[in-house]
Ligand binder design. Structure first.
Ligand SMILES: [Zn+2]
Ligand SMILES: [Zn+2]
Length: 345
């Protein structure tokens, strides 16, 4: 049930770097990172009927088997069969499809797209229109889709509401865009990088807060400009301390906080119970709650119809393996949104 894909474009996501630097044991190296990609089906394995050679696809790091309890439920995208793969192997047989001199080379999230060719379970690829530009559409494979889904599916932002977003990277800007398309009246972006102010406007941010410009806690600033707190707040940084700030920034009674970031340190969330007792809800989501096979094609169509824009930083054309380092450096220095890499032809 697997397909081999010729990777055309792949983008670098913060979680590739987080996992690469992770000190978790056992260390899964050597390993091929990369989980956001677009490509062309190069060959198909036994049992696969849904794809044919030449199909354009995007990869997904959580698949959809369409049979398990979660896939059948309308409430979840946490497939029990093709869920987030953390052990560096394929879902079906717990083995790898890459090796060097007989020794395994581990996968990442069942995708491993930093490679000219990769093998994925057919449930972890989504067929898309061949009219979709590969270098843009790979962003719907993770970051951009996660942000849009958090606004639309998880928070279900309503018209005329107030929204605050912590962190204006690809994910945060996509939340902003999702909120704007839903008709939110006030969309506040919080980021320590002043350059995000102008970028944010393009995606619907109506007010920008740089925490460095204020002496008081940021939740107080948000409360002041939203008459007691926003209707929705989103944590898109991957800092559990900011989850508490986001919870404090939304209003009593119906405030909803959605946590999307993947924390690099201190995974525990702490919050005063009174924040919940007074009616707030804290929700989390992986991949914006999208069921990838069922729902991603509609996002691709929205992009093609120019309803959506995709927050892209740089496009790099790779000529040799070491060119990857440039993308890693750009992301670590915070110099770009998503960096998309064209694989060598
Ligand atoms: Zn990602
Ligand atoms: Zn499933």
């Amino acid at each position: 049930m697997e397909i081999r894909i010729k990777v055309v474009c792949t983008s670098l996501c913060r979680s590739d770097i987080t996992q690469w630097e992770s000190k978790a044991q056992p260390a899964l190296f050597p390993r091929i990172f990369g989980h956001e990609a677009s490509g062309i089906v190069e060959s198909i394995g036994e049992g696969v009927t849904e794809f044919k050679v030449g199909d354009h696809v995007i990869t997904v790091f959580i698949g959809e088997c369409k049979k398990c309890k979660h896939c059948i439920s309308g409430k979840s995208n946490m497939c029990q069969v093709l869920g987030l793969e953390r052990k560096g192997v394929m879902h079906s047989d717990q083995k790898t499809r890459f090796s060097i001199k007989g020794k395994p080379v581990y996968h990442y999230c069942g995708v491993s797209s930093f490679s000219e060719y990769t093998v994925v379970h057919s449930g972890c690829a989504v067929k898309i229109s061949s009219a979709a530009p590969m270098e843009k559409i790979c962003l719907l494979s993770c970051g951009a889709a996660a942000g849009l889904g958090a606004a639309w599916k998880v928070a279900d932002v309503s018209e005329g509401s107030t929204v605050v977003i912590f962190g204006l990277g690809t994910v945060g800007l996509s939340v902003a865009q999702g909120a704007k398309l839903r008709g939110a009246s006030q969309i506040i972006g919080v980021d320590t990088n002043p350059e995000k102010k102008e970028k944010g406007k393009d995606f619907g941010i109506t007010e920008f807060i740089n925490p460095s410009d204020y002496e008081e806690p940021i939740q107080q600033v948000v409360k002041r400009i939203t008459d007691g707190g926003a209707d929705y707040s989103f944590e898109c940084i991957g800092d559990t301390g900011i989850v508490s700030t986001a919870l404090q920034s939304c209003c009593d009674g119906w405030g909803v906080t959605v946590s999307l970031g993947v924390p690099k340190v201190k995974p525990e969330v702490s919050a005063h119970y009174a924040l919940l007792l007074s009616g707030r809800t804290l929700k989390g989501s992986l991949f914006g709650g999208w069921k990838p096979k069922t729902e991603l094609p509609s996002l691709v169509d929205k992009y093609l119809q120019k309803v959506l824009q995709l927050p892209l930083g740089f496009v790099l054309h790779l000529y040799k393996v070491s060119d990857f380092n440039e993308a890693f450096n750009l992301m670590r220095e915070g110099k770009c949104l998503r960096c998309v890499m064209h694989m060598p032809k």
